[in-house]
Design a binder for this molecule. Structure first.
Ligand SMILES: NC(=O)c1ccc[n+]([C@@H]2O[C@H](COP(=O)([O-])OP(=O)(O)OC[C@H]3O[C@@H](n4cnc5c(N)ncnc54)[C@H](OP(=O)(O)O)[C@@H]3O)[C@@H](O)[C@H]2O)c1
Length: 331
């Protein structure tokens, strides 16, 4: 009996010794984290020693934020909703030409082919390399097998070998199945980071976290000066999740409410910038990645020209105070 006890302890000690000496498994892609929480607890990744969580810092020098996946994401980019293939190709090409490196699309927009063409044109002209561009797309719910197929369709339409960020477009009937298909696509290299879109409450996010082996890197939500996601943004910091704003100008048909707002126009005068630039700068300084939509090359250039000024804390607070929790959409 004693001998058995001794042998068990010996085996345990040998195991601990081997585990302790094994070098930590390194991610295959430089900068990328191991892909499952069984390898490394990604939730713990940003946790400080005192138990608080490090916010995902926005680096205004490089214009990027490092996601909990280990990949860098530009903090401002181009939105392409409502653009057809031709408009998307043109806008993407101009965005890349003026320095933007983040492009947002979705299967639902039906313009991934156009986005891919704009990207290819810029690559062919030597403006960018694929690795420098961060492409986001989104898929709708459905079952596991269907989601796997949709990911392949998105890759084909975009003409790329991997997608930088894929989001569940909105909560659906089998989020778990879709999310697991996305996780598998991270593991086999078709996707780099994954996330969710249109999840507004802690409960909705917690549900995803309960089945996620890979913590979502991004939540993309309707978020603008009149409907701010500040509480959710603070809550998900503990998981290193970054919030991304859609409808930064209220969306087509509502931009007047935003550009004509008294405080926004006053600040535009004060900083010598346009109303659009004040709004975009607020998003970034508040810690939101932002993707203004546009089919106009001049607007795209204007929207990217937001790195040469900084809103003061007082002016940031004045814009934050405009929040009235009013959404334009209900999805
Ligand atoms: N996840 C989701 O469910 C979801 C939902 C909606 C949108 N999104 C994403 O978020 C992106 C942003 O939303 P959005 O495009 O619908 O709305 P938005 O960015 O709030 O506003 C787009 C409108 O602003 C105008 N605009 C852009 N830059 C301007 C400037 N500098 N000066 C004046 N007008 C300007 C555009 O007109 P011009 O074309 O003339 O520039 C367009 O009418 C979308 O494109 C899409 O990628 C995601």
């Amino acid at each position: 009996m004693k001998r058995q006890h001794f042998l068990s302890i010996l085996i345990l000690l040998t195991f601990l010794l081997i585990a302790g000496c094994t070098p930590e498994k390194q991610p295959e892609t430089p900068g990328a984290l191991p892909q499952t929480q069984s390898e490394t607890d990604t939730e713990e990744h940003n946790r400080e020693e005192d138990g608080t969580t490090q916010a995902m810092e926005f680096d205004f020098e490089s214009g990027t934020v490092t996601l909990n996946s280990g990949y860098k994401m530009p903090i401002i980019g181009l939105g392409t909703w409502t653009l057809d293939d031709e408009e998307a190709e043109n806008s993407v090409y101009h965005a890349l030409k003026c320095g933007m490196r983040l492009i947002d699309t979705a299967r639902y927009y039906g313009n991934e082919v156009g986005v891919g063409r704009g990207l290819k044109k810029a690559i062919d002209e030597g403006i960018v390399e694929r690795e420098e561009v961060f492409i986001t797309s989104k898929i709708y719910g459905g079952d596991y097998d269907r989601a796997g197929g949709i990911i392949n369709d998105a890759l084909k339409d975009l003409g790329v070998e991997y997608i930088d960020l894929l989001l569940i477009h909105q909560p659906g009937y089998d989020d778990e199945g879709v999310y697991k298909a996305m996780e598998d696509a991270v593991r086999d290299g078709r996707l780099r980071s994954i996330g969710i879109s249109n999840y507004y409450t802690k409960e909705a996010v917690d549900k995803v976290l309960s089945f996620a082996a890979i913590t979502p890197a991004v939540i993309q939500n309707e978020n603008h000066i009149f409907y701010q996601n500040n509480e959710l943004k603070e809550y998900v910091k503990q998981y290193g999740i970054v919030l991304e704003s859609w409808y930064p100008f209220g969306g087509r048909g509502h931009t007047g409410d935003h550009f004509g707002n008294e405080i926004i126009t006053e600040l535009a005068g004060k900083y010598g910038k346009t109303a659009a630039q004040i709004i975009l700068r607020w998003h970034m300084q508040a810690g939101y990645v932002v993707i203004p939509g546009s089919s106009n090359p001049d607007h795209i250039a204007e929207n990217y020209d937001v790195f040469d000024f900084e809103l003061s804390p007082e002016d940031m607070a004045r814009i934050t105070a405009l929040d009235r929790q009013e959404r334009y959409e209900n999805w």
